[in-house]
Design a protein around this ligand. Structure first.
Ligand code: SF4
Length: 683
């Protein structure tokens, strides 16, 4: 209410009196053929607060990202949500921490609380590469400039705020806070760190997607409940001082106590064993409350909210985003992350893949929250009216492109389920994997009068399109989806992520056997030839993942070369907080079995593994020859670097899918000759 009154006040003022007072009141950036006004963004300065006629703010948000008012940018979503509850919200993007800290004081004290987030990515991932080198660019800053986001930004911002305004509550959220909510391994300092609530001194942490907990927090604060007594909001975490406070007893909630932070510091296996509980409770529909002792305090992680309903998620995407960066950046250059997604549409949240190296389900949940077709089309209307839109949508996707509207057939079975993945090791028989709603959505999007073409830029789970793996689905429907994607929604290259070729590594990654990638490639090649599409299949791979030995990488190189790939989309494993793979990396134990599991960790090992991706580079050839000769694998050498090289990129599939290497045999025993399929005429 207050907001719309302020908007009206501002509009009448600027139309009658202040039209020249604040520049730029009317901006060149246009949407829906109407000129946007500065008040269409959340205010970022005192001047912008004043334009709205506000004397006081209810919430001030501090963010490590530049302010892009778009539903894919978390800080903007949180700001818009709070605004929709009638609050006066301002955002201070990328406050400077290298001066007299005036950015933290310039907007004064908010009535309710400060919010702090490191941004859309963990700041350590934004600032450093997998080999811990400083990155040259920050995708969430104008011009890709670096140096605008401190390391461990959430804690840095929160501590400054607590020092300057000790009596104002600080609420932290976003990826960094969410995934560091409990004792975790920090790769960059090579240490176990306690919950970020301890290092940041914040009063409360919201984990996962913030809409539902924020609604409850704001409702209670508006009723006059003091912030300090909000200890049992779902999907939040708090630290309780054991000397002065009691853990609230909540009827209907069960508790589980995990090993204390001190015990984790003392024993790696103890730390590893915590993760199974944390992951299972994060993915359960009826989760327990997690308790952990942290140096005289108790960390209380309340259970998550149920998955958002279609109405709730639509409500979030339908908020009045300008879909543009704040005009203050007009002269600083484009923001790379925004340029990448400005014509893309996110259709769902969550991922039931549960890959060991990935944090999506820990943050967004295992259950899929899908938007309605109407909400997606409404957003497409907005995109289609952007002045520089030429009719091409760059992505209709989500964390995985093809999980839209997928859920359990019998909900009561899912209600009790503790599996971290619905598709590993096999596709759960209770999972409805129909691609029909998604195919229908693509078709509805393509009927939009202003859409010339819509692409799928997000990675597709290719394994779900292989009937031999996805036995739940109608094979004809899977083929129809694959054909729809290939013929209408791929701009030359289809990205998929088999991640490795070694089945033991894939098992640990919670990915299916590589044989299913062969099967998918066969289908891909068939459609490619039949429809004369000339598309490229681009597989993504990871080196140095737990359980991956250099021998596995040699096999990976040979097997993918044998399939006609010269790999480009590859990365070294980065141990980010709150994944199974990171727990294994640090502790040496698998958190579910507590069996020792090795990870290549030294710089040399990691570099060696990576070199195999680039067998075709001149500078790697001698090293590869020596390494393979040394271990008696001249068979692999013959595949990778034969003396008579007649190999060409992108050959089509063999008639029958070949799984050419037996990964279960240790490297030093794999001396048999590589079985090669008969040579086929290339197209
Ligand atoms: S029962 Fe099956 S579909 Fe449901 S959550 Fe568990 S694994 Fe997923």
């Amino acid at each position: 209410m207050r907001l719309s009154a302020a908007k009206k006040l501002y509009k009448s003022l600027c139309f009658s009196l202040c039209i020249f007072a604040v520049k730029p009141l009317f901006l060149q950036t246009m949407q829906d053929s109407k000129k946007l006004q500065l008040t269409d963004w959340l205010p970022t300065t005192n001047k912008e607060v004043k334009i709205r006629g506000w004397e006081e703010l209810d919430v001030i948000l501090f963010s490590g990202d530049a302010y892009v008012d778009h539903p894919s940018f978390g800080p903007a979503v949180i700001g818009r949500i709070l605004e929709s509850y009638g609050l006066r919200v301002a955002i201070v993007p990328q406050p400077s921490v290298n001066d007299n800290l005036q950015d933290f004081e310039k907007l004064g004290k908010p009535r309710l609380f400060f919010g702090a987030t490191g941004g859309c990515m963990d700041p350590m991932v934004s600032n450093y590469t997998a080999s811990k080198k400083s990155r040259d660019k920050d995708a969430y800053t104008p011009n890709g400039d670096k140096g605008f986001r401190p390391d461990y930004a959430t804690s840095v911002y929160s501590r400054i705020l607590k020092e300057k305004f000790p009596d104002v509550p600080v609420l932290i959220g976003g990826i960094e806070a969410s995934l560091r909510r409990v004792t975790h391994y920090d790769y960059w300092s090579d240490k176990l760190l306690p919950t970020i609530l301890e290092t940041s001194k914040a009063d409360m942490l919201v984990y996962g997607m913030g809409e539902q907990p924020l609604r409850e927090i704001v409702e209670l604060l508006q009723k006059g409940v003091p912030f300090s007594s909000l200890k049992n909001i779902k999907q939040t975490a708090v630290l309780i001082d054991q000397k002065t406070e009691k853990i609230p007893v909540i009827k209907d909630w069960e508790d589980v106590t995990i090993n204390s932070h001190t015990a984790c510091l003392g024993d790696k296996k103890t730390f590893a064993s915590n993760f199974k509980v944390i992951e299972q409770e994060s993915n359960k529909l009826k989760a327990r409350r997690i308790l952990q002792e942290v140096e005289g305090k108790t960390l209380v992680i309340n259970p998550p909210f149920p998955t958002m309903t279609e109405k709730e998620i639509d409500g979030s995407f339908d908020l009045p985003f300008t879909r543009l960066p704040h005009p203050k950046y007009d002269k600083r250059g484009p923001i790379p992350a925004f340029e990448m997604i400005k014509f893309s549409i996110n259709i769902h949240r969550g991922c039931f893949g549960g890959c060991s190296f990935c944090t999506i389900s820990a943050h967004q949940g295992k259950f899929i929250a899908s938007r309605s077709q109407e909400s997606v089309l409404k957003e497409i209307d907005k995109v289609a009216n952007m002045p520089d839109f030429k009719g091409y949508l760059s992505d209709i996707g989500g964390p995985s492109a093809n999980m839209y509207k997928m859920k359990g057939k019998v909900q009561s079975i899912c209600d009790k389920c503790v599996a971290p993945s619905c598709i590993s090791p096999v596709v759960c028989s209770n999972l409805d994997t129909s691609h029909k709603p998604l195919t229908e959505l693509y078709q509805a999007v393509d009927k939009h009068p202003k859409i010339k073409k819509s692409f799928i830029g997000s990675g597709i789970r290719h394994d779900m399109l292989v009937p031999e793996f996805n036995k739940n689905a109608d094979p004809k429907e899977l083929d129809a989806y694959t054909e729809e994607v290939m013929t209408k929604h791929v701009s030359g290259r289809l990205k998929v992520a088999p991640e490795h070729t070694s089945d033991p590594v894939l098992k640990l990654m919670r990915k299916p056997s590589f044989k299913y990638f062969h099967m998918f490639k066969e289908r891909f090649d068939k459609i490619n030839i039949q429809k004369k599409l000339n598309l490229q299949l681009i597989p993504y791979f990871i080196s140095s993942h737990p359980a991956s030995e250099v021998e596995d990488m040699a096999n990976l190189a040979a097997e993918t070369k044998d399939m006609g790939f010269q790999l480009e989309q590859v990365q070294g494993f980065t141990p980010t907080p709150m994944t199974v793979a990171t727990v294994i990396y640090y502790s040496g134990f698998h958190p579910y079995t507590l069996k020792p599991t090795r990870t290549p960790k030294t710089k040399q090992e990691r570099e060696d593994q990576h070199k195999f991706f680039f067998w075709y580079k001149k500078e790697n050839k001698d090293w590869i020859r020596n390494t393979l000769n040394k271990v008696g694998r001249s068979d692999l050498l013959q595949v990778l670097l034969p003396e008579n090289n007649s190999w060409k990129k992108n050959k089509t599939a063999h008639k029958t899918a070949q799984h050419t290497f037996d990964d279960a045999i240790p490297f030093n025993k794999r001396k048999k000759k590589v079985s090669r399929a008969p040579k086929k005429k290339r197209r």
